[in-house]
Design a protein around this ligand. Structure first.
Ligand code: PRP
Ligand code: ZN
Length: 308
């Protein structure tokens, strides 16, 4: 008989909480990141919170716009959210004279999109000055206001809570300022992108308030694992054989690698094996160059986990 899965012995107060987007651009990649960090949990349909089965870590599924507030209010210790939301909230708090209680731990390699100004197909756009006197619909009023202020443009910001892209057709605005990733929403609504207001990607945020002592160890471990997962994306392990005399030339070719490991090959004179982790993409051209420098038996392997 199988032993039942062990539950981490931690009272609710010492369990870490991380907020992620309930459904949208960041959800799948956020869940993937957490499971690559070793977290096991089962998620029922419409379940708003999941209990980590093998770590004292619970996952809250919320609207992305609420994630900085949950960290701000200390309901969650950590959050995975787009820079677009982080920046909008930071500016909103700043405008109200409140210091934001969330800080970016690191940028993550997913959720890339842009906050853009887009105009209806027939709109004659000749630079940002064309926005003067126009009504601009957005769910990002603070970022948009900063963009306009930096260019000394007076325009009316129409704050909506969603469905921004239909505002021009409904006569509620002349142009919009909204997120674009594939561009299909703009195209479907006969809008065309004319300015990039902010480049965004996912980020890990945390409270700058010291995390309770009994949560610190798991916070440190989780942050290290997230960093490890991010580092292995794109990293490769290269193994090859080469004459010792070619080592300098080969080391120079290995992209973004730390000091390679050099191992003598038993009974093969001056030939050695070279092993190195490369933190950049490895293309066929590199393998050809390595071969040209004297390497043989070149192997490229994916890296599954890394702990610096
Ligand atoms: C954004 C934006 C568009 C869509 C654009 O919404 O409001 O609806 O993404 O994406 P596309 O260029 O790939 O068509 P999002 O999914 O972020 O939802 P939210 O603003 O409600 O969080
Ligand atoms: Zn949102």
């Amino acid at each position: 008989m199988n032993a039942p899965p062990t539950r981490p012995e931690a009272s609710p107060a010492v369990r870490l909480k991380i907020a992620i987007q309930k459904s949208g651009r960041l959800t799948d990649s956020s869940l993937d990141l957490l499971s690559r960090c070793g977290l096991k949990f089962s998620r029922g349909k419409d379940q708003l919170m999941c209990y980590g089965e093998n770590m004292p870590l619970d996952v809250l599924f919320v609207r992305d716009d609420d994630i900085p507030d949950l960290v701000q209010e200390d309901v969650c210790d950590l959050g995975l959210v787009g820079l677009n939301v982080v920046e909008e909230k930071r500016l909103a708090f700043q405008a109200r004279g409140i210091a934001p209680l969330f800080e970016i731990v690191q940028l993550l390699d997913f959720g890339r999109c842009k906050l853009c100004i887009a105009v209806p197909d027939g709109f004659e756009y000749r630079g940002a000055a064309s926005l003067a006197g126009k009504r601009i619909a957005t769910t990002y009023p603070n970022i948009l206001a900063r963009f306009l202020a930096e260019r000394s443009i007076a325009a009316e910001v129409v704050v909506l809570s969603g469905s921004v892209e239909i505002a021009p057709r409904l006569g509620r605005a002349d142009v919009i300022c909204d997120l674009v990733s594939t561009g299909s929403t703009l195209a479907a609504n006969h809008l065309r992108q004319v300015e990039t207001v902010l480049e965004s990607q996912a980020a890990l945020i945390r409270t700058p308030v010291p995390i309770a002592a009994d949560k610190q160890d798991w916070t440190r471990r989780l942050l290290m694992r997230i960093d490890g997962v991010e580092q292995v994306k794109g990293s490769k392990y290269i193994m090859l054989h080469a004459p010792r005399s070619a080592l300098a030339a080969i080391a120079k070719l290995l992209p973004g690698s730390e000091a390679p490991t050099v191992i003598p090959l038993e009974g093969r004179g001056d030939r050695v094996a070279v092993h190195a982790v490369c933190r950049e993409s490895v293309f066929w051209e590199l393998l050809e160059d390595l071969k040209g420098a004297g390497a043989t038996s070149v192997l490229v392997l994916p890296v599954e986990k890394m702990l610096a």
